[in-house]
Design a protein around this ligand. Sequence first.
Ligand code: F6R
Length: 242
Amino acid sequence: MKIICAKDYSDLSRKAANIISAQVILKPESVLGLATGSSPLGVYRQLILWYEKGDLDFAEATSVNLDEYRGLSANNTQSYHYFMHKNFFDYINIAPDHIHIPDGMAADPDAECRRYDRLIADLGGIDLQLLGIGRNAHIGFNEPDDHFSKYTHQVDLTESTIAANTRFFEREEDVPRQAISMGMQAITQARKILLIASGADKADAIYASCFGPVTPGIPASILQLHQDVTVIADKDALSKCP
Ligand code: F6R
């Protein structure tokens, strides 16, 4: 695990965007595993700028997102479909049929989970997985548990995650209680993993994930077993690390 200390959020975003750029330049047909939330916003902004300058081309790239809320349709402004289009996809030349996000409205969530895992397998797995991290060290919506969930699954969000996500909604009761999340198999079989974290509220999660025991109680700790993980975090997020 390589840990890089960024000066601040914009430095973190540029460094992470550089790694994604290199991936897409070296392998234009890359399968990119993407995340939503506050952490990657700066990364997406930077990638859009480089795309606009002509330095990046996403025409052959494919994306698979980590997760989607249950019960929110693609055009709901709180959905992760909407987030990804408004913050990234609408501004680059990725082909619409190369964009993949779990369907939060699927009538049969189990079938949707199986479809998503099959899709990732058929794509040949993920080349580069971008991850944020929850305060409770969740990645995707793999919440702390007594086991690691291997496959894409429907998950009941924890109180901590619901509380953290309330900032994106008008009222706490509007925050969906369930999501569909990629499982640990697809995440950890990604050939490269890039985890970004910013702010003091991530310090405990980063410390436990990078230096604590590998345990499903700290979902991101599983990354210690992966051979190519880069953590890019700012000083606040690294403040508990040696
Ligand atoms: C989002 C996701 C989550 C977030 C995590 C951190 O697709 O999978 O694991 O990365 O909740 O969210 P932010 O970046 O908003 O602190």
